[in-house]
Design a protein. Structure first.
Length: 468
């Protein structure tokens, strides 16, 4: 069986057509997984039908979240050169009208995304979308259409192109000691609908295949885009099996707010697998195409974890064996501050503290407050203030939260130390760093072993570790 490290190396060294396009896009300064995903996006998948008969889009939509140390603007301009009529827009300087559509008198004025002549739309600074844009894009990403309905206009327009969106983490660069999901400020409306949301960090090498020249690429991509490989029943069944495994793996995580949908993952696998087959100009998707697509999704999921209802999640073994949920943690935050105020804990302060102490989004905290009120474990003595109805040992619950964060930082510690030593991060140094952060040494050793078993860490030399 191929290990994660071996498969990642295979992608890095792949000299096939898709490998060459990915290498040209990366240009030596962008990691292999987002570069390969973008290369596959350039040819797209194939239309296929749901069991209900509904035809699903073939376009592949991507979100890439990269720190400022990576040249995202250079990547987007290289990507645009591979399109026939691609457009680059900046979300921070755009409105819904410019990006999606607006009503003009008695008709719909199309934006870039719904322009039938635009095959690819690259959106920079996607983390700066306002709610008006994200709501409109949610419909575009899901069904490939946008519906305008007001007093003068009731019309639906198609959005036939693919979207490649770039965003930055909250503080422009990644903090290796903080879980990824605490550093991403993106609307779940967008995160929920893209095929893949990939993190760009320093844990992956750049592809090393020969670059492909523009003229050769134009001929190749034109041929590949016109291929429509079929999906054999065995491949469909394999995609469903792989999707179930990905979803089940995330259901074992203690981050109960992370959700994956089997159907969404199946569709993403099949679109990416179809693109793999199209690069080889084959008329049928193979099981190997399906496995390659699954690996790409797993690599993307292994470095990203998001908030409520998002498709992608961190592959880290932090099972909730203690039974403490986010609902418990929010209740503990309320309990810890309610006696500091005569009228109970101010809701705004609860949201702020839960965000800072637990890493939860404001919407997630509001949802947990609503859940506690429905269960009778919380009431509102006056509007805008909260009190708990049960005795809560917040020191135990919130103290455990600190340990959870330390566990999630373990892989980051290895990643940082491995750069300082030729043979990788010394295990003793890793454990010493964990103890400095307040993690129990025995627990840290167990987590290291768990990460090794899942091939997220490997041992290049005895007593040393590297991330995959």
């Amino acid at each position: 069986m191929v290990s994660a490290a071996e498969k990642l190396r295979e992608f890095v060294e792949d000299d096939s057509a898709v490998g060459q396009v990915a290498s040209t896009l990366a240009a030596g300064d962008f990691p292999v997984v987002p570069a390969r995903l973008a290369a596959l996006q350039l040819v797209g998948g194939v239309p296929f039908n749901q069991p209900t008969g509904e035809q699903l889009r073939s376009e592949i939509h991507l979100l890439i979240i990269a720190g400022s140390e990576f040249p995202a603007s250079q990547f987007t301009r290289r990507f645009k050169k591979f399109t026939s009529n691609g457009k680059i827009i900046n979300a921070s300087a755009s409105t819904r009208a410019g990006i999606v559509a607006s009503a003009a008198s008695d008709r719909v004025e199309r934006g870039v995304v719904t322009d039938p002549n635009v095959d690819f739309t690259v959106i920079e600074n996607a983390d700066q979308f306002d709610s008006d844009i994200t709501n409109a894009l949610g419909e575009v990403l899901e069904v490939g259409e946008f519906s305008m309905a007001n007093a003068n206009v009731q019309e639906t327009v198609t959005a036939p192109g693919s979207l490649l969106m770039f965003a930055r983490p909250m503080y422009d660069n990644w903090d290796r000691y903080e879980p990824v999901e605490h550093q991403v400020e993106m609307s779940s409306t967008v995160l929920n609908k893209v095929d893949v949301a990939a993190i760009v960090n320093t844990d992956q090498s750049s592809p090393v295949a020969d670059y492909i020249d523009k003229d050769t690429a134009e001929v190749l991509l034109e041929k590949a885009r016109n291929v429509e490989p079929s999906i054999p029943e065995a491949v469909w069944e394999l995609a469903e099996s792989e999707a179930r495994e990905i979803v089940e793996r995330r259901q074992e995580m203690d981050d109960a707010h992370v959700r994956l949908n089997d159907g969404q993952v199946v569709r993403s696998i099949l679109r990416l697998a179809a693109a793999e087959a199209k690069y080889d100009l084959r008329d049928e998707i193979s099981e190997q195409d399906c496995k390659n697509a699954t690996w790409l999704l797993q690599f993307a999921y292994s470095t990203v974890s998001f908030e409520e209802n998002q498709e992608d999640a961190e592959i880290i073994d932090t099972n909730e064996s203690d039974g403490i949920t986010d609902t418990d943690r929010v209740a503990a935050v309320i309990s810890s501050i309610e006696d500091q105020h005569d009228e109970g804990a101010p809701t705004d302060e609860v949201i702020d503290q839960a965000r800072d102490r637990l890493g939860l989004s404001g919407d997630k905290v509001k949802e947990e407050i609503h859940s506690l009120r429905k269960k009778g474990e919380l009431y509102e003595p006056v509007q805008g203030h909260l009190r708990t109805t049960q005795n809560i040992d917040e020191s135990v619950i919130l103290g455990h939260q600190s340990e959870r964060r330390s566990i999630k930082s373990l892989k980051s510690i290895v990643g940082e130390l491995e750069e300082e030593y030729l043979e990788g991060a010394p295990v003793n140094e890793v454990l010493a760093r964990c103890e400095e952060l307040g993690m129990d040494r025995e627990k840290a050793e167990q987590e290291l072993e768990s990460l090794r078993k899942k091939a997220e860490l490997y041992e290049p030399a005895e007593g040393h570790l590297r991330t995959t």
